[in-house]
Design a protein around this ligand. Structure first.
Ligand code: AMP
Ligand code: ZN
Ligand code: FE
Ligand code: FE
Length: 286
């Protein structure tokens, strides 16, 4: 069983449409694929239809922009009710902050001598309902300012053209996923900035306080040492260890579909936890 639980479509900042993503996943020999677009469920329905056609199993996911102790942390939710009002309201708030950030980034870039307009960014975003810096990067590529997304991030979007935006508190994000009947997994906990705040002690406290289900361990942002340490930590804390490509189509190099996988055992456990959360939600609403 080949299980890849975290991928993106062009409904957020991937480059494949949901249909193309599922077709590519089937061609890559995946049995199970999780679509986890940033802060939106808008790709799930189309992906589900295509998954039925291809005979591949789709896990409905989402990657929520959260923060912990002021630092950006990505939170994966699996199996949430996609109609859940409190969750949808929070996602709308985050997407609004995403939209509002774009003109501010454009202003900064323009001040830096790289004039860019919101409509140039929107032209790149096409089907996306969740606007991200990668779309700004694509507009910069189209304008001839940088060669690729990586260069846009390294030279500008993580540097002089960085603009902060609203993100939900991590514990609140986990609670929102749970009350929507889903299971919560922290994405690439030791990738990029999150490593500074997500110590072993912090993860232990999160498990105790929120009932966090898992952490994504097999991920390109984690080197072999980080993976070894995280695997040990997951066993100690009773966390489900997932793995995924974090595929963004042509938008991210070295993140090919299936480059990291979740074990069938971990996936079964995740499914059990998703079922338990969904049942708890039903009982609560009765
Ligand atoms: P945003 O969601 O607007 O905060 O932008 C973050 C997204 O940009 C994440 O999904 C990352 O996958 C992507 N990203 C972050 N750094 C880079 C990079 N150096 N090159 C390409 N994509 C990146
Ligand atoms: Zn992304
Ligand atoms: Fe992420
Ligand atoms: Fe991601």
């Amino acid at each position: 069983m080949r299980i890849d639980l975290h991928t993106h479509s062009n409904i957020s900042d991937g480059t494949d449409s949901p249909q193309e993503l599922i077709t590519a996943a089937a061609a890559a020999g995946l049995d199970v694929i999780g679509l986890a677009d940033h802060d939106t469920f808008d790709g799930i329905e189309i992906a589900r239809e295509q998954a039925d056609i291809e005979g591949i199993e789709l896990v409905a996911g989402i990657e929520i922009s959260a923060q912990y102790q002021g630092t950006s942390v990505h939170l994966l939710g699996y199996g949430c009710d996609q109609e859940d009002a409190p969750l949808l309201a929070e996602l709308a708030r985050i997407r609004e902050a995403r939209d509002n950030r774009v003109p501010r980034i454009c202003e900064k870039l323009t001040e830096l001598g790289l004039p860019l307009t919101v409509s140039q960014v929107q032209a790149q975003a096409r089907n996306a309902t969740s606007l991200g810096r990668p779309h700004v990067a694509d507009a910069m590529i189209a304008a001839g300012y940088v060669a690729d997304r990586q260069e846009a991030f390294d030279r500008y979007l993580q540097g002089p053209a960085r603009v902060r935006r609203y993100q939900v508190e991590l514990t609140q994000g986990i609670e929102l996923i749970h009350q929507a009947g889903g299971a919560a997994v922290i994405a690439h906990p030791w990738g990029r900035s999150a490593k500074e705040v997500l110590s072993a002690a912090a993860l232990a406290a999160l498990v105790a306080e929120t009932g966090l289900e898992g952490i994504e361990i097999e991920h390109q942002d984690h080197d072999e040492l980080a993976r070894r340490q995280l695997r040990r930590l997951a066993i100690e804390l009773g966390l489900i260890a997932t793995g995924a490509s974090d595929y963004h189509g042509r938008g991210k190099k070295n993140h090919e579909l299936g480059c990291n996988l979740t074990s069938p055992e971990a996936y079964r456990e995740l499914q059990q936890r998703m079922t338990a959360r969904a049942e708890a939600r039903k009982a609560w609403r009765r």
